[in-house]
Design a protein around this ligand. Structure first.
Ligand code: ZN
Length: 418
């Protein structure tokens, strides 16, 4: 079994959490001064561990193992959401640092080294997956030029402070043979099941829609019910029908959400002339998603006819105009089964049966998996909380997760073709 220094890992994670410390969490959004400071700190740690490390001009930090022809790339991200937690992203980078450093200290003879990465802006402050998409050359300059934060600041301006850094690090397919990312679960399932290690077979796909209905605003006291073109009533019926229909037709991993509904003009005495709804669903099975989208489309069609939610098929209202805009369409990502198995075996060898659970959130591994074999491992989140200052994992679980990852990496380095 691989040996790591658990106390050193915890000390590093606590040190990292001081950059942008906010209450019990961290506020270290991508390309902020504290984010860049934290990244320079990481370069220092990686260099001290004997890796060839630098930050590039998009903020990606890469540490490369010296004098090896091939390497396993391990990492995550060190940017956070505003007022976020101390482990989202940081945990995976802390693990990568510790696993690489311990392996360098053990200096076992193997031709496969360990490279470490902290991708920039995983959280999408400027551009979701800016760092990993840059690393895999999956980003064009026009996207960078157009990207803005929600406050309207431009990404180009934010990048100006690190414009003097080296050109972007790039994925080296001849060298980097696999990508491993450890992350907190960010959900309650592992804790509920009493599992300490999660292996992620796939990351969910997302389909998100903005539905708008256009009726006619009118006096809610004087317009007879049968003569209204009520954009709001139609949207309520559509939302309710989606909830019922998805409950009937969803798979075990489907989640869906009516995230927002707006009525205009929005007054008690006015029949809504316009309404808008945000609806999304997620699953790891692409064909199941296609079937669900057919249900969604059929219900929208019924809403157009005014029959959605009507038991008899008779229209409930005068027809309203409805349009649907697809705002997100991300396919599910399958991760490499053999790499997942290696993590599961490493957990079992330490006496822990892993949980297999899809990731409902996006991660840099989703980008990496399009270009190289990739795997993800989860450790439990206390209370399932994340993207909040209360986000936490017990010290024992943090250290145990790193031990399992180190074991899996050791096995892969021994048995992968060199
Ligand atoms: Zn994350």
């Amino acid at each position: 079994m691989a040996r790591i220094d658990g106390a050193r890992l915890l000390a590093d994670l606590r040190e990292l959490s001081r950059f942008g410390a906010f209450m019990t969490g961290v506020d270290r959004v991508a390309l902020s001064a504290t984010d860049i400071e934290a990244r320079r700190w990481l370069v220092g740690k990686l260099t001290a561990a004997g890796l060839d490390a630098s930050m590039d001009r998009v903020g990606n930090v890469v540490g490369r193992a010296p004098s090896v022809g091939k390497a396993i790339l391990i990492g995550s991200h060190t940017d956070t959401v505003p007022k976020g937690g101390w482990l989202d992203g940081a945990l995976g980078v802390g693990y990568a640092l510790e696993v690489a450093r311990s392996a360098m200290e053990a200096s076992e003879p193997t031709g496969i080294g360990i490279d470490v990465v902290s991708f920039e802006d995983e959280e999408g402050t400027w551009l979701p997956f800016l760092g990993s998409r840059s690393y895999f050359a999956d980003l064009d300059q026009s996207e960078i030029a157009a990207a803005r934060s929600k406050d309207g600041a431009t990404l180009a301006e934010a990048l100006a402070s690190i414009a003097g850094e080296p050109p972007p690090h790039r994925f080296d397919p001849a060298r980097q043979v696999a990508y491993l990312e450890a992350h907190i679960e960010q959900g309650p399932r592992m804790e509920a099941a009493g599992r300490r290690i999660g292996v992620v077979p796939a990351l969910v796909g997302i389909r998100r829609f903005r539905v708008r209905s256009h009726g006619a605003a009118n006096h809610a006291g004087t317009a007879p019910m049968a003569m209204r073109r009520d954009a709001g009533a139609v949207m309520i019926a559509l939302g309710a029908s989606l909830q019922t229909d998805f409950r009937l037709h969803s798979g075990p991993d489907t989640v869906w959400n009516v995230g927002n509904m707006i009525f205009r003009p929005g007054a008690a005495n006015v029949v809504p002339g316009e309404a808008e709804m945000l609806f999304e669903f997620r699953d790891i099975d692409g064909s199941a998603m296609d079937r669900l989208e057919e249900h969604f489309t059929a219900l929208v069609e019924a809403a157009r006819r005014g029959t959605v939610g009507a038991a008899s098929g008779e229209p409930l209202s005068e027809p309203v105009k409805i349009d649907v805009e697809t705002i997100v369409r991300i396919p599910p990502t399958r991760l490499a089964a053999d790499l997942g198995d290696a993590i599961a075996k490493a957990a079992a060898a330490r006496g822990e049966e892993p949980a297999w659970l899809p990731s409902g959130a996006g991660h840099d591994a989703m980008v990496a998996a399009r270009f190289m074999p990739a795997a993800m491992m989860f450790v439990p989140s206390i209370g399932g909380i994340s993207h909040d200052v209360r986000e936490n994992t017990s010290d024992a679980d943090i250290v145990f997760g790193c031990e399992v990852l180190a074991d899996a990496v050791e096995q892969l380095r021994r048995h992968m073709p060199q």
